[in-house]
Design a protein around this ligand. Sequence first.
Ligand SMILES: *Cc1c(COP(=O)(O)O)cnc(C)c1O
Length: 321
Amino acid sequence: MFSQNPTNFSSLEATPLTECIKLDCPLFDKYQVQVWMKLDYQNHPQIQGNKWHKLRYNLAYAKAHGYKTLLTFGGAYSNHIAATAMAAKEAGMQSIGIIRGQELAEMPEKWSHTLQTAKKNGMRFEFIDRQSYRARNTAKFLDQLRLKHPDAYLLPEGGTNLLALKGFDLLAKQIQQQCPQWTHLYCAVGTGGTLSGLVANLSQYPQNQQKKIIGVAVLKNADYLKAQIRQWLEAFNADNQTQDSIDWQLLTQYHAGGYAKTRKSLDQLGKRFQKAFKIPLEPIYNQKMLNGVYQELKQGHIPPNAKVLLLHTGGLQANES
Ligand SMILES: *Cc1c(COP(=O)(O)O)cnc(C)c1O
């Protein structure tokens, strides 16, 4: 269902330039590494960070093919839900969110900031119970949805599909312009779409052959994502007649108990980091990615002289919930 063939997306060729800054501190000196952070949350006030890239070509495709509505899936704290509502609003489209948790239907007072903002931006919700939600990718469920919403363009949970991967082309370009010396690139992983998009697009630069992209999974038991990421990369390469040449790795041991769970030590690290570098973080993705990098550093898994680039994927809207 998610194989699309993009045609002309000239209107979205521009993506805002976000800063890439060097982070200096005694710890990095001690391990003889240099560290930069790409502050990609700056790209859009609401559709922050990676969700912007994932939506770009999907939005253009939906508009070009006459769809009037974006329909997608998520939990009550999903950054993708917030981003889709905002993107639809800006594009003059409708949006529908299929939200996990039927109990929320009768309790708008319990809605997260994410849901409230999405609603303000015009998103209509359909709350479904957790069991039905698990069936969201089955043909039967999707066919029923299409019958009910014939003019809706369906985006999968987390917004990850082939067009989403493609949407990291301009971020890759910025990275190559701002920090071409990078040797190790780290990002947080939910569905793996961002990691796949980075591998797919950064592989197109010949000078990146010996480099490595490392994802830090924020969910428990995320090993199944490796096969999924491989599949996306194969499909992307088949579609675009490309190859992925960059080595990638998924670290699955830094989930800190599971999605949206955190630990005191992580929160302390996050606080120290924000204070030292004046960079805002959120606990669900970027704080976990950062903790993973610090642990890897302390365990000697990042070699001396490495030039480490951290991708800040945004998601700051979740801090209000
Ligand atoms: C959604 C999200 C991610 C995870 O991206 P995937 O492409 O699903 O792996 C990472 N960081 C932030 C801030 C997010 O909102």
